[in-house]
Design a protein around this ligand. Structure first.
Ligand code: HAM
Length: 419
């Protein structure tokens, strides 16, 4: 029997990869516009890095990590997210010494042993950013604006930005106590996970999807009413800067993130189009993480988006990549000329497909259809004799005679008139 792949680990086949490249290229383009540089860090890290940063009592660390002991007896883990490794590298290489502000982005596979379903996999891919060294809320607004900008560049304007503040080490403990008091009488209605987390992290009940938890937390005190002065001001200024950047948002005081390192601003980009996997991106501020991991006491903020979920949204929009031109030909001489034109056009930056094997014109046109080429050009003896051929715009159904010079053809395909 043939060996199959592992459950929750997907192949990304050639047709799909085009969409992935489009997403990755768009991220690079947009993030670099905002002054971010790429960093590449390993997939495997020491297990304690994730336990200390994401938090011992989180679902990720408790149940979802791919951890093992390597041949040297070291406890290692395949990264379940990108922030911890990027911050570890930032500290190890003292990046703050050369520049007090680091704006980094990364992309690659992450691993969590979750129950696979549409939009949720065991190997999945994130594109993320981390900023170290800025406490001013301008940066909170800037990273959220950049995230929204990235989505609108992809033509995905449906997901909405939701923001919240989780307070800080000063004000959150008092809120946590208040919430615990509120939940005490409703404890029997909470799901088993939330019951278990009641002591360590009662906030998780606020965004739990279980019906009992939703019911039990209705009317619960809001974290936003319990922020200290500093956190309330930070949140108000973040909102002001989002407004001045023209970035729309909703406030969701029940948003609680599944990782422990957050302080103050948290945010998610939420879609209504992917069923229960509604977060296409998420992030927040972590003002103590860098110090807690042994680095300088400087603040940080970042987000990560789930590439599989973005690609699912692109599919719903009917996204496809298409070659600029398909050259069909009949006869050997026309085939050779088509090859010459194709090679030169590609050098000019035009994407071109042709049939390499001299199949019938009918079968070539079927292929042109399959590729959904924007233009087609048919070459035969007549065209070779005349030195011109009809270039047909497949969307508009119009065609024009163009001289068989690569520059002329390129100009037509780019929207000029070829003369
Ligand atoms: P996260 O919310 O755990 O945050 O993940 C971010 C995004 O990754 C999610 O919104 C989702 O789109 C995607 N994602 C997570 N798990 C899966 C999965 N099993 N299958 C498919 N997609 C998934 C973080 O990871 C933080 N490191 C984000 C961050 C960066 N915060 C600050 N900086």
């Amino acid at each position: 029997m043939a060996i199959t792949g592992i459950k929750g680990f997907n192949d990304i086949l050639p047709g799909e990869v085009r969409k992935w490249q489009h997403v990755e290229q768009t991220a690079r383009r947009v993030f670099e516009l905002y002054g971010f540089s790429e960093i590449r860090v390993p997939i495997l890290e020491k297990t304690e890095l994730f336990a200390r940063s994401i938090g011992d009592a989180t679902d990720i660390v408790e149940k979802e990590m791919y951890s093992f002991t390597d041949k040297g007896g070291n406890n290692v883990t395949m990264r379940p997210e990108g922030t911890a490794g990027v911050i570890r590298s930032f500290i190890e290489h003292k990046l703050h010494v050369s520049d007090p502000v680091a704006k980094l982005y990364y992309m690659g596979p992450m691993f969590r042993y979750e129950r696979p379903q549409k939009g949720r996999y065991r190997q999945f891919h994130q594109i993320g950013v981390e900023v170290a060294g800025v406490s001013d809320p301008k940066i909170d607004a800037q990273v959220q604006t950049m995230l929204c900008h990235f989505f609108s560049e992809l033509g995905l304007d449906e997901p909405r930005l939701q923001i919240n503040s989780l307070g800080c080490h000063e004000c959150r403990p008092a809120y946590r106590r208040k919430l615990r008091e509120f939940l005490r009488e409703r404890l029997d209605r909470l799901c088993d996970d939330c019951k278990r987390r009641y002591e360590t992290n009662p906030l998780r009940a606020l965004d739990c999807k279980a019906a009992g938890c939703k019911e039990a937390t209705a009317g619960a005190p809001s974290v936003l009413d319990h922020l200290c002065e500093g956190c309330a001001e930070h949140f108000a200024r973040t909102r002001g800067y989002l407004e001045s950047a023209g970035t729309g948002y909703d406030i969701n005081p029940r948003m609680v993130r599944g990782l422990d390192y957050y302080t103050r601003t948290t945010f998610e980009l939420v879609t209504g189009l992917l069923g229960s996997q509604s977060a296409v991106a998420a992030g927040g501020r972590y003002d103590h993480l860098i110090g807690e991991l042994g680095g300088p006491a400087i603040p940080g903020i970042g987000f990560a988006l789930g590439v599989e979920r973005v690609v699912l949204l692109l599919d719903r929009e009917g996204f496809s990549t298409r070659p600029d031109l398909f050259i069909a030909c009949h006869g050997e001489a026309a085939g050779d000329e088509a090859f010459r034109l194709m090679s030169r056009l590609q050098r000019l930056g035009v994407s071109v497909e042709m049939d390499y094997e001299g199949k019938s014109l009918k079968s070539q046109m079927r292929r042109a259809d399959k590729f959904n080429a924007r233009f087609t050009l048919i070459l035969g003896e007549d065209e070779l004799g005349r030195g011109t051929a009809a270039v047909k715009d497949m969307d508009r159904g119009v065609q024009q005679d163009v001289s068989l010079q690569p520059e002329r053809i390129a100009s037509v395909v780019r929207g000029g008139d070829g003369s």
